[in-house]
Design a protein around this ligand. Structure first.
Ligand SMILES: Cc1cc2nc3c(=O)[nH]c(=O)nc-3n(C[C@H](O)[C@H](O)[C@H](O)COP(=O)(O)OP(=O)(O)OC[C@H]3O[C@@H](n4cnc5c(N)ncnc54)[C@H](O)[C@@H]3O)c2cc1C
Length: 520
């Protein structure tokens, strides 16, 4: 394993995309599960705190170390094997947790890999896979530099979770290394209640809690249901139980047609009603053909125009006219181009009634145009993060103030109006974009002074109070990390948070792993 002993201030491994900056004495770049076991057990003997890092694209500071040592997984990035599971009728691919999403996607597209280290079953699975049609991994958090382990630890979603849900459904197995044990957890092999004999607990009953709301998009706190599989406790656990070293992912067949359209909004528009129209249509095409419904407000469009002057990649996008009040990106995953034509006709038919501009749309049917739409989708959050980093140069206290809240369907319009009214009163720059199909918008407040930062934080607390009072969540996909614990306390009962602390203490009694992340 590689080790960095001399960590200079400003070192990239002391921060993530939230721009929160931490401290550490040492960074271990492990290469396999055995090395992780060795580091964890030594740290445990010496009572040294350990922070786990994937690719550091997280935006809540979860992987930022407060002290002690870091286990960084970026050099543990191999594809270990694959097989065809006849029971599930699915391909399962086994990877080391530091593998980047972009590298997984590249393999799935090219089907090319060095199989000299594959075992016999994997070679058989691979030979079947290369002759078969195309397959994909459906979780797409737009940030393809994220690691698979980080995505599992955060129960990541993305634009297409409107159709596919979060990563949880696509995890068939994982290896968890805690400071005191290594556990291979296959889905279906252990229930949560099996922890009693795995850990040889002496009759002490395992805690229960109420947290994530299954009716909305929600990752706040640890997952729980009465009959849950043990793997579901670890997925979305933000690394507080141990290091996920290897993961088995379920692949799905790639849709034959993938396309997108960017629609632009007039000043007078009925965005929320249009979104309702799309999701309330019960026809099969609407139900399973729409993969993503994403919103970008007018400031997002202005931001892209501004950044295209300095960013070569963005120059590929057409200039966006100033007159538009935002845009709506729809992505389609379908079986045929006839289906696409039919769906597009139905969607576009009466859009002017909702204030969607009839004359100006960007269609992404050819793959090069579709890629441009995806570039647009990814560029907005990236530009926001660059802006925040540059504000931080002016005043180091200016951290990211981005929300990740979701609400039930009937609260979408009220929530949008609340955001708009409060932002106007606050008088700070803002950019709103995100997964409107799941009632899940990222509101980014960009205060340029410390005073405005303080005011903005108060407004976010008010939003969290409102949203939790109407059955929403304070975090739908990014997790709690180190920056959103206050919001978790607004959302969950103290007794439920205490139960989460209890299960953390049962699995990792010294509390050395990922200190300050998710729970205090
Ligand atoms: C531009 C941009 C867009 C984004 N869009 C989305 C989006 O649409 N949807 C979404 O869900 N997220 C999104 N994210 C957030 C981020 O990409 C995800 O949270 C991602 O899952 C983090 O992966 P990572 O490897 O970078 O994890 P890190 O940031 O390194 O870590 C995140 C957390 O996971 C823990 N962890 C990491 N690896 C492991 C492991 N192997 N074992 C145990 N714990 C581990 C860390 O300790 C930490 O608590 C976006 C980020 C950016 C910068």
């Amino acid at each position: 394993m590689r080790v960095i002993n001399d960590i200079k201030p400003g070192c990239d491994y002391l921060k993530d995309e939230s721009q929160l900056i931490g401290n550490a004495d040492k960074i271990y770049f492990c290469h396999n599960t055995n090395e992780i076991e060795e580091v964890l057990s030594n740290c445990y003997k010496n009572n040294t705190p350990i922070t786990i890092q994937g690719a550091l694209t997280g935006i809540c500071g979860g992987a930022v170390p407060l002290n002690g040592v870091v286990i960084n997984l970026s050099e543990m990035n191999n594809i270990l094997g694959m097989n065809y599971n006849t029971e599930l009728e699915k391909y399962i691919i086994k990877v080391q947790s530091g593998l980047l999403l972009k590298d997984l996607n590249h393999f799935l597209k090219s089907k090319k890999i060095d199989i000299s280290n594959f075992d016999e079953e994997s070679i058989k699975g691979y030979n079947k896979f290369i002759k078969d049609s195309s397959f994909m991994f459906p979780t797409d958090p737009t940030e393809t530099l994220a690691s698979i382990g980080g995505m599992v630890a955060c129960d990541a979603s993305g634009a297409c979770s409107y159709k596919y849900g979060s990563i949880r459904k696509y995890i068939q197995g994982l290896t968890l290394v805690t400071p005191t044990m290594k556990l291979n957890i296959e889905r279906g092999k252990y229930k949560y209640s099996d922890l009693e004999h795995i850990l040889k607990l002496d009759g002490s009953s395992l805690p229960k809690w109420q947290a994530q709301n299954q009716d909305i998009k929600d990752v706040a706190g640890l997952y729980y249901d009465d009959n849950m599989d043990l793997i579901d406790l670890i997925i979305g656990g933000e690394g507080i139980f141990g290091v996920i070293t290897e993961i088995e992912l379920i692949l799905i067949e790639e849709p034959k047609v993938q396309a997108g359209v960017m629609l632009f909004l007039n000043e007078e528009n009925e965005l929320a009603k249009f979104v309702d129209k799309l999701r309330n249509n019960e026809s099969k095409l609407f139900n399973s053909g729409i993969a993503a419904i994403e919103y970008f407000d007018s400031n997002s469009l202005k931001l892209l125009n501004r950044f295209r002057e300095v960013n070569q990649a963005l120059k590929k996008l057409p200039i966006i006219q100033d007159e538009f009040y935002g845009s709506l990106y729809l992505e389609f995953h379908l079986d045929s181009s006839d289906e696409l034509d039919e769906l597009l006709m139905d969607i576009l038919e009466d859009m002017n009634e909702y204030g969607i501009n009839e004359k100006h749309q960007w269609l992404g049917i050819e793959s090069s145009d579709f890629e441009k739409l995806k570039l647009f989708r990814h560029a907005v959050p990236e530009c926001v993060n660059i802006l925040i980093a540059s504000n931080k140069q002016i005043d180091s206290r200016l951290n990211k103030l981005g929300t990740d809240m979701s609400v039930p369907n009937d609260q979408l319009l009220n929530t949008l109006l609340m955001y708009q009214k409060d932002i106007e009163e606050l008088d700070v720059s803002s950019v709103i974009f995100g997964h409107i199909g799941d009632n899940h918008l990222h509101v980014n407040l960009l205060p340029n002074t410390y005073r405005k930062l303080v005011d903005s934080k108060k407004v976010i607390i008010n939003w969290a109070n409102y949203i939790t009072s109407c059955g929403g969540s304070v975090t739908a996909e990014h997790g709690i990390g180190k920056l959103k614990k206050e919001l978790l306390k607004l959302m969950l009962k103290e007794e439920d948070i205490n139960s989460m602390r209890k299960i953390k203490g049962i699995i990792e009694p010294k509390g050395l792993l990922n200190q300050g992340t998710l729970l205090d």
